[in-house]
Write a protein that binds this ligand. Structure first.
Ligand code: G1P
Ligand code: ZN
Length: 545
């Protein structure tokens, strides 16, 4: 094998965000931009030398190109073996599953998750460590440091590898296995859930389902698992063919972007009883019933309350964790189960230590993400199977299961308002202003809500004692209502301000209000305290979930 060492000049903007390095495709297309970052990863992840690496992505534009480059850089950096998904496809949870199953030293996932794709869209690259989870901040910080001063990268001279079929080949001594993207993951799912029971529901025609793969990576997974193994009718999976630009759509499973699915579920008599969708790289999920939406925070709480009914969790759960902005619905369940509930910063990487240390079994985020200790990523298809299994056990539709939960635990009304593409300076000033207000807010009253606590959230990891500061301004009121403000760490244009608003209502008589109505007063309070309208000249959020 001939290896070339290429001189390069560093870029100064390769700082990974909430979930890896995410940039416009056009930025990745700058000379050596991808190569620099990949070499920086290999420079930090010295544990990969002589070991196995898992490689794949969500199929978006630039996926194939990046895979070929990474294979050649991997060979030149002494990687012994790489497993690549057929057609370059691997969902984020599948990569996590493969790393753990085959004891790989790490994995590289090519995805910008739910961000749009195509030549004018976004691309991304993230590294997962040997436990299957996202690399911790210490790793991403080290990569960033190296990328700022990198002077050369190593790359093998070799032909491109055929990705369109399963086979084994070599670049020099490095073995490359192009593998079935789905089978190992499907096998893991079969160990966790009662496939026989779910299958009998579909076979007897007792349940019909629609799964929207949004032309992203879960198409092949959903077709095999739902239609082939579980016998859901052909056509259950819509938008099941992965496309480089996701069909021009925004592969984010929420009520705004999964329009086709929502329309199908709300079409009246004959419409499917259960609906679900996943995002670009398959780690997010949305669960809906007929004319009924399950808020992701509620979904996590419902999972925690019912996990013991499913085979993979029959001995009960050890503990739970949620990110700061996720509603406290799961806290109520943890309290009643007598288990620990951890509050972490935003981003899946903060759950890794808690899972590895066996402190928690389930975890989730308000941003349509939930998962368990089966892997170290959030997992879209897993969440859908969890709900399917629950429906099969309870013999009740999504809405009834959710309402019964509210009746038992009370309801946490919850919304997130996103203001996108704000000028970064303006957004930073807004947050700084809120930070300076926190102490003086305590004890003050706003539209009848008295502030009990206000601070900028800081997290001390109970396992490695690392401290992560400035993770979001929170205002907690005496009745347990909360407002949280933070800036997104995944955007690629200006800043995105996220305002999370939550209100707890125990009285079942009050469980039928439209969410935005139930939260109207608190929304006004959030807008007034932050000064969003005057500071950013915005009247309405761009996205409400
Ligand atoms: C967003 C979500 C966060 C999630 C991340 C990756 O990050 O809010 O919960 O972990 O995407 O999917 P943000 O843009 O808010 O930093
Ligand atoms: Zn994702």
């Amino acid at each position: 094998m001939k290896t070339n060492t290429i001189s390069t000049t560093p870029y100064t903007d390769q700082k990974p965000g909430t979930s890896g390095l995410r940039k416009k495709v056009t930025e990745f297309q700058q000379p050596n931009y991808l190569e620099n970052f990949v070499q920086s990863i290999f420079n930090v992840a010295t544990e990969l030398t002589g070991q196995l690496l898992i490689l794949g992505g969500d199929g978006r534009y630039y996926n194939d190109h990046a895979i070929q480059i990474i294979l050649k850089i991997a060979a030149a950096n002494g990687i012994q073996q790489v497993m690549v998904g057929e057609n370059g496809l691997l969902s984020t949870p599948a990569v996590s599953c493969l790393i753990r199953k085959y004891k790989a030293a790490g994995g590289i996932i090519l995805s910008a998750s739910h961000n749009p794709g195509g030549p004018d869209g976004d691309f991304g690259i993230k590294f997962n460590i040997a436990n299957g989870g996202p690399a911790p901040t210490s790793f991403t910080d080290a990569t960033y440091e190296i990328s700022r001063s990198i002077g050369e990268y190593h790359i093998a001279e070799a032909d491109d590898v055929a990705l369109d079929r399963q086979h084994t080949c070599y670049i020099g001594d490095m073995q490359i296995d192009v593998i079935d993207s789905v089978s190992d993951y499907a096998e893991l799912m079969e160990q966790l859930f009662d496939f026989v029971k779910i299958k009998s529901l579909f076979k007897a025609g007792l349940l019909s389902m629609c799964f929207d793969a949004m032309h992203a990576v879960t198409g092949p997974y959903a077709k095999v698992i739902f239609e082939k193994i579980l016998s859901a009718t052909d056509g259950t999976v819509i938008n099941g063919i992965p496309l480089q630009d996701f069909g021009g759509g925004h592969p984010d499973p929420n009520l705004a972007h999964a329009e086709e699915l929502v329309a199908k579920l709300n079409a009246g008599p004959g419409s499917p009883g259960f609906g679900a969708a996943s995002d670009g790289d398959g780690d997010r999920n949305m669960i809906i019933g007929q004319n009924f939406f399950v808020n992701p925070s509620d979904s996590l709480a419902i999972m925690a309350a019912n996990a013991h009914l499913l085979p993979g969790y029959k001995d009960g759960i050890r503990g739970v964790a949620r990110s700061l902005p996720t509603s406290r619905a799961v806290d109520m369940v943890a309290e009643s189960l007598g288990i620990d509930c951890y509050e972490t910063p935003t981003g899946w990487k903060y759950f890794g230590n808690l899972l590895d240390d066996r402190r928690i079994t389930l975890c989730g985020e308000e941003s349509f993400g939930s998962g368990s200790d089966h892997i170290r990523e959030k997992d879209g298809i897993w969440a859908v199977l969890f709900w399917l299994n629950l429906i099969a056990v309870k013999e009740k539709p999504v809405e009834d299961i959710t309402r019964a939960h509210w009746l038992r635990f009370g309801r946490h009304y919850y919304t997130r308002h996103d203001y996108e593409a704000i000028d970064s300076d303006v957004a930073n000033e807004l947050i700084q202003n809120l930070r300076s207000l926190t102490t003086s807010l305590i004890g003050t009253e706003h539209a009848g809500y008295k502030v009990k606590l206000s601070d900028d959230f800081s997290y001390t990891d109970p396992v490695d004692l690392s401290v992560t500061e400035n993770q979001g301004i929170r205002i907690i009121f005496e009745d347990e209502s909360r407002i949280v403000f933070r800036l997104s760490g995944t955007g690629t244009e200006g800043a995105t301000l996220r305002i999370y608003i939550e209100r707890y209502v125990a009285d079942p008589e009050l469980h039928d209000m439209p969410t935005q109505t139930a939260l109207a007063k608190l929304i006004d309070v959030a807008n007034a305290i932050s000064g969003i309208k005057t500071r950013c000249n915005r009247d309405q959020p761009d996205v409400i979930t």
